[in-house]
Design a protein around this ligand. Structure first.
Ligand SMILES: Cc1cc2nc3c(=O)[nH]c(=O)nc-3n(C[C@H](O)[C@H](O)[C@H](O)COP(=O)(O)OP(=O)(O)OC[C@H]3O[C@@H](n4cnc5c(N)ncnc54)[C@H](O)[C@@H]3O)c2cc1C
Length: 385
């Protein structure tokens, strides 16, 4: 329950951002008995959390591994462990939230179709194993046994059994529903445009008026740099529009999350039977400056998918959409209080924040409630850049 200070509602915590991270945080806080308001500038789950490809990642991504190298990968292990620990929460999340989130964790396969791709995968697997991640190399016959639909050009690859998929349209709304069941207040259409501090309270200004809270959690995704700037902190969060496509329904064929070692490609078959095809191909801007589907990216993305899974060539594409993906220079999350402002807490996981959201919600809740989050957050410090 909130109370009032003159005509302003006062909450224990104001969460800015109604994506998966913000809603998971509101849920955990409400379960712990805190009074919570979520302020979302659009509608819930309308940005990255509702537009992503639904992959549940648990391995070092091959593309940054090739680009950034082994030293980067070793330094990135705390962020990898964060994903792995979040993946464990995903196992029981549908039951916990009382909604079928279409979670299936049948593993991820990274497919190589050129023997020259294998040594890098082997080095990557060694680093994953050193971090306690369950992954292993697959021979050509093993990978084709797991995925008989694969191109006969497949020469082997990697299996990471902890990976999978979930339905991004369902996750943030399910967290939000359970949060409101426990008394949290959700305010859509409430862009936070300013902050002030008075008498130990933070006042958040929106066009619909102010709300006050003892603690502020910023879980604003693409809006994080602008939000953090109000507190004098510059976050080097990059922003790039990428696209994802969905096909018509097919007979069950692909049970794994599939990656390709030769380029930007991920795909998986959703519970509905549709194939979600992505991999981070860039969208383009139209004359009005809006992000729209880039047909060249689409062609290249689909050609790659057909190369790996030749039998999908005749399947129709239903829709391609664009979402804004966000990164950090070291690919690690930003988690912790704004320096000098212990009651303003930041939560942002780059590139794979859908996978990370269940744990992000718990860790941010621990920080708000001054509980031990059970992990070293130093590698994620907001002032490390
Ligand atoms: C196309 C695409 C595919 C992806 N695929 C995957 C994938 O398969 N697996 C995976 O793990 N990750 C994937 N990601 C990344 C993942 O979607 C994001 O990392 C994750 O959703 C981030 O969640 P969030 O809640 O932190 O941010 P968001 O979902 O962006 O939510 C932040 C919210 O804050 C709101 N907000 C911002 N500023 C303000 C303000 N001033 N006032 C009020 N509200 C504000 C925004 O409107 C937004 O709703 C993908 C991303 C994209 C774009």
């Amino acid at each position: 329950m909130s109370n009032r200070k003159s005509d302003v509602e006062v909450f224990d915590v104001a969460v800015v951002g109604g994506g998966a991270s913000g809603c998971a945080t509101a849920y955990n806080l409400a379960m712990a008995g805190a009074s919570v308001v979520v302020l979302e500038r659009h509608d819930l789950n309308t940005e990255a959390s509702g537009r992503n490809a639904g992959s549940l990642h648990g391995q070092i991504q091959h593309e940054p591994f090739l680009e950034e190298g082994e030293e980067w990968a070793r330094a990135w292990i705390p962020a990898l462990r964060f994903l792995a620990d979040s993946l464990e929460i995903w196992d029981g999340l549908s039951d916990e939230l009382g909604t079928d989130l279409e979670v299936a964790k049948r593993g991820g396969i990274l497919v190589a179709d050129d023997p020259a791709q294998l040594p890098a995968i082997e080095r990557k697997v060694a680093i994953e194993n050193s971090a306690g991640i369950d992954s292993r190399m697959l021979s050509a016959s093993e990978i084709r046994e797991l995925a008989p639909w694969l191109t006969t050009d497949a020469v082997g690859g990697e299996l990471c059994p902890i990976e999978g998929k979930a339905n991004p349209l369902l996750v943030a709304p399910a967290f939000a529903q359970r949060a409101t069941d426990r008394g949290a207040v959700l305010r859509a259409g409430s862009p936070v445009e300013g902050f002030r501090e008075e008498g130990g309270l933070h006042y958040l200004r929106t066009p619909r008026g102010e709300v006050a809270a003892r603690t502020v959690v910023l879980a604003g995704g693409d809006g994080m740099p602008a939000l953090a700037r109000h507190f004098g902190i510059d976050l080097p969060i990059s922003s790039g529009a990428v696209q994802v496509s969905v096909t018509e329904r097919m007979e069950p064929m692909v049970s794994h999350l599939v990656y390709y070692a030769g380029g930007k490609l991920t795909f998986k078959q959703a519970k509905a039977g549709t194939l979600l095809i992505g991999g981070g191909w860039p969208a383009r801007q139209n004359a009005a400056g809006e992000w729209v589907v880039n047909p060249e990216s689409l062609r290249a993305n689909l050609a790659m998918a057909v190369r790996i899974a030749p039998s999908i060539a005749d399947i129709s594409l239903l829709r391609t959409w664009v979402g804004i993906g966000n990164g950090t220079p070291d690919h690690s999350p930003i988690i912790g209080a704004v320096p000098g402002r212990p009651r303003v807490i930041l939560g942002f996981y780059p590139y794979m924040g859908f996978t990370a959201a269940p744990l992000m919600g718990r860790v941010l809740t621990d920080l708000v409630l001054e509980r031990d989050p059970g992990r070293d957050l130093t590698p994620f410090a907001p002032d490390r850049f």
